[in-house]
Write a protein that binds this ligand. Sequence first.
Ligand code: FAD
Ligand code: UDP
Length: 370
Amino acid sequence: MYDYLVVGSGLTGAIFAHEARKRGKSVLVIEKRTHIGGNIYTQNINGIHVHSYGPHIFHTNNKFIWEYMNSFAEFNRFTNTPVANYKGEIYSLPFNMWTFNKMWGVITPGQAREKIELQKLEAGITTPQNLEEQAISLVGRDIYERLIKGYTEKQWGRPCSELPAFIIKRLPVRFTYDNNYYNSQYQGVPVEGYTAIIERMLDGIEVRTECDYFTHREELDGLAQNIFFTGQIDEYFGHILGTLEYRTLRFETEILTATDNYQGSAVVNYTDRETPFTRCIEHKHFYPGLETAGTVITREYSSEWREGDEPYYPVNNLKNNTMFEKYCELARRECPNVIFAGRLGEYKYYDMDAAALRALELVIQEFGKL
Ligand code: FAD
Ligand code: UDP
């Protein structure tokens, strides 16, 4: 018997398992994929840490979380400055004075604000009700149409007018010449890749990969008193209250030998509707100054999740959030010994820092203090 069965070896599960073990608890971690790490998994290809499930940049304003993560790994000074490619024209991201200058030729913040105010007025938006209205009121119609509409509709598979405003509020809008994608005080990528962090967190803990909870449910339930579950909450309950929606991704990775610098940036977003992928990442640029022969790139394609696909993004609209709340009520009523956590267990668009913080909150809830 184990004190805890941890389902999922992503960041959330790994932190909980690590902290439980530190407190003398016996822990079994199971993972349905062939490797640990969940979506932050990186693998070394030709001397480059390849982010296998999309670009992962750790960024946070929380000093405690930054130090916590740094206790498992050294981070480099990478600052995310992705560029947008709209039909062959390059724009700076996030939306800042460089973007406004390229779009309208404006020079000063005052001129940029005036332009945005005018376009917002023309659109007649007072209180933004959805992503489209939120975007136009933040950056004006021109930027919405070139840099947001196509990308967002590819990413989410829904019209911007049917998406929640909060998604676009993840990106800063700045009236300074500053291409840093994040406002966070701390930012970087682990020098040895993310997998090394998870390996350290799980050091000394029994881990079974290629083990799907649902295939061995009865046996696994009999092995532990408590379950820390980071899979899909709706799947746990056999979709009894309905199936939550997710977005899935397809990653197309290419090893290039004819060039050692394919696109000059770690991340390039293709913001038109026609290019079938959303972004292309060139992994070596996450490590400024890294010199290698050749390079590795990954194109990312987004589509609607179906049973059997990997669920990457929860679709947090009203319908799904309401269904999720009902699952939470069911969980409270029927399984007090199961903790649902992480992007899938809590159906939340958690970044790594938020996922780590939440995992530590659950540790406190379970064990009293950190
Ligand atoms: P996951 O990483 O999804 O881990 C859950 C694990 O549970 C998986 O390994 C899964 O295989 C396993 N599992 C599920 N069901 C079962 C089952 N039935 N049996 C056994 N195992 C199971 N965050 C940032 O801070 N910065 C970024 O730049 C960033 N970029 C991102 C880019 C993409 C494309 C995506 C998808 C996410 C990004 N994130 C980023 C978010 C980050 O990936 C998450 O915050 C983090 O992975 C959450 O970890 P988790 O453990 O909750 O979930
Ligand atoms: N977005 C956009 N154009 C871009 C980049 C982002 O319209 O060039 C929108 C898109 O809706 C996306 C959201 O902003 O889902 C949040 O972007 P972020 O880069 O944070 O997405 P993630 O890292 O979660 O993929």
